[in-house]
Design a protein around this ligand. Sequence first.
Ligand code: HEM
Length: 537
Amino acid sequence: MITEVVPVPTVSSAATYAIPGLLVYSVALCLYRVFFHPLAKYPGPLSYKLSGWPLLWQAYTGDRHIWHLKDHEKYGPIVRIAPNTLSFNTASALSTIYGPRSANVKKGEWYKTFDIAAGSYSSFTETEREKHTIKRRWMSPAFSGDSMKANEPLIINIVERFCRTLKPATSGWGAKWNMSEMSTYLGFDIMGALVFGCDFKSVQERRNRDLANSVLPASMLMYWISYLPLAVLVRPLLRTRLFELVGGNSVADNNRLIDYASGQVQARLTRSEVEKNIAEGRIDFLSRLVGVEDKKTGWQPTIEDLGTESLNMINAGADPFSGVLAGAIFYLVHNPEALQKATTEVRDTFASPVEIQSGRDLNECTYLYACIEETLRRTAPVPSHLPRIVLSGGMDIDGEYLPADTVVGVPMYAIHHNPSYFAEPFAFRPERWIESANNSLESIAIARRAFNPFSIGTRQCIGRNLAYLQLKLTLAHLLWGLDMRLAPDGPGCGGGRLGLGVGREREDEFQLWDAFGFGRDGPMVEFKVHNSYEKAE
Ligand code: HEM
């Protein structure tokens, strides 16, 4: 009997077909992306049009915001920054994309990786609009005016402790402090107290600094990983040992933070426990969220929802505040005239530190407020895009029709340094926010339209008022009690310098390493006790 021999494909014969096939596919894809793609007509470097890898690299290095600014300077208000992504640098695009509830966009794929390791999406990363509306409703009471008022004494207490830690024991200038580090601990202590009701004292004691120090590296890691073209494949690996081995300390840190948050949730699992806590005066944000049912839909948070949300409040709440505080101190010590004006205003307004609290007097510190606004402009904590994806039906932005699935965004650092909205954008000028003979209401309104450190619209920061309160209270207490100056050997730390990288040359610019919350260092600052501080004690 003759048996028919069926040829078995060998590795080499498979490669004979696969390699040319892959080459043809790649060439066809490149040609399509450059010449036939719906975004083909928009300007941008060729490498951006071909693949998303340049964007990923920029996110990985922390330089993305600088690239966006440079690309807009070179190519104009609309730049194609990845095959499917457009960046806009106009106030009109900002309000079209992020402003109205009816805007035909939702949060992009990027968000689906950021905090999924904790088991659920938070109000920050939820991309589905209806689900987000429910979560936002759920969170709102924690951020209400009443809640702010109830929590203010707690914040003031932690801020006063912070000032006492920085205060030198003698009458001269004291030790130098790295204000990025100290602000990180302050931000963590405040959010730890508000969210979990825990007094970490990481400003004063080293024992809990590991947890505080893990927030930013974990966020920076997840920031660029979420831009991986195949991030969807990475998501299931995020909590595995393999990922810890590959990602190193930042992954381990992220996991430790997740475990801490879920431990706190476990401790409050029943509403009756929570009621007991509240009765005993423990009304932390987490306690407000446990066991609450959405009246309109009947939705109730799962354990994972609670864990992710509390983690999100630490990530989203602590670090942006800390970065902005360090930035404000950087700009004040580098701009003695502004420091002098803000200090005089605070000291003239308040006769003693107990008077420094929310209310009319604090609101009337207009120069202090202008310093905060100017810092938020220069050091927006999310310096690049908040990516939004166009939904079915497409949408018009700045007169351009964009089809569904296009990713769009306005990079904050670029628009905050756009001279069409901010004259001399690289100057620290709090005066630009105050009406005067040299600064009309109209030029302030133009600036305001492009100013969006907390984003705008339905997805804008829920902690905005809390963040302003924290910034005002901290700066007012610091300026009231202490004189501050750049440490004599401090120049160079925190600012730009030649050799630090393209766009990082300005010595008087606080350097940001792009992420959600940004990487930073310095300034190195010394403090001296102001007379009236001594009298008040
Ligand atoms: C200076 C301080 C802060 C800045 C500049 C800031 C900035 C932002 C920005 C730009 C967003 C929008 C993110 C996006 O669209 O992807 C956001 C969202 C958010 N922020 Fe803040 N933030 C600050 C402080 C806080 C604080 C203190 C909290 C309190 C927990 C907080 C909680 C949140 C939450 C929960 C979201 C998600 C909101 C939503 O999508 O509904 N942030 N923040």
